[in-house]
Write a protein that binds this ligand. Structure first.
Ligand code: GTP
Ligand code: MG
Length: 205
């Protein structure tokens, strides 16, 4: 998919203040510092669109970006940020979980996972929560450029093995790097396909 335009729309913590749910929407979530904002910039080929940082906890709000005038990319704050206070974490839980469960035009959640790490409990638990809520998601392994493909493959296969204890089917996975743009086109192609179905459903009603 060619990205002709990518514009920041708004930042929010409240679901009732989000843009009208008329366009297909895709949210990026995962542990703090896993590379959500960087991947959004790689997908849109706009370096400064989403704010990135070496320090975890950079993204604090629900950030909407309008792409090609016909779909939304959403950058979310990360979970598992150790320095966040307990009350902050509770707030995160509330507004992010509310967003994820109530956003009617949300087509897919991309759960980002650091490809350098063995399966982490927090990521597995989050995937299970999405499963329980019936929220469609896919797995995006990040930072592939930082180590060998062999290691990424090992971590992906371990993660899938863990998930199989809870899920009958493993969601689609991508191995990506915001640095080299590995996997970026695959994610965009998937979004394009889902966008096509969204339009088809809209036209049929
Ligand atoms: P929060 O908003 O704090 O939750 O973090 P985030 O998940 O949005 O991470 P962000 O995109 O800000 O990236 C965190 C750090 O990882 C930055 O220093 C990025 O440059 C680096 N980074 C992200 N993706 C990649 C990647 O694919 N390769 C490499 N080498 N570095 C990456
Ligand atoms: Mg971020």
């Amino acid at each position: 998919m060619v990205i002709n335009s990518a514009e920041f729309v708004c930042s929010n913590t409240r679901v009732d203040q989000l843009p009208e749910p008329k366009l297909p929407e895709y949210a990026f979530i995962g542990r703090s510092n896993v590379g959500k904002s960087s991947l959004i910039n790689a997908l849109t080929s706009r370096k400064g669109l989403a704010k990135t940082s070496q320090t975890p906890g950079k993204t604090q709000l629900i950030n909407h970006f309008l792409i090609n005038g016909n779909w939304f990319l959403v950058d979310l704050p990360g979970y598992g940020y150790a320095k966040t206070s307990r009350s902050n974490r509770a707030d995160w839980e509330k507004f992010i979980r509310r967003y994820l469960t109530m956003r009617e035009n949300l087509q897919c959640v991309f759960v980002l996972i650091d490809s350098r790490l063995e399966p982490q409990k927090i990521d597995l638990e989050f995937c299970c929560w999405l499963g329980e809520k019936g929220i469609p998601f896919m797995l995006v392994f990040t930072k592939a450029d930082k180590h060998s493909k062999l290691k990424s493959d090992k971590h992906i296969s371990l993660f899938k093995k863990e998930l199989l204890q809870w899920f009958e089917e493993i969601p689609t996975q991508f191995l990506t790097s915001a640095e080299t743009k590995m996997g970026v086109e695959d994610v965009l192609t998937t979004i394009d396909e889902i966008n096509g179905k969204f339009v088809a459903v809209k036209q049929s009603v």
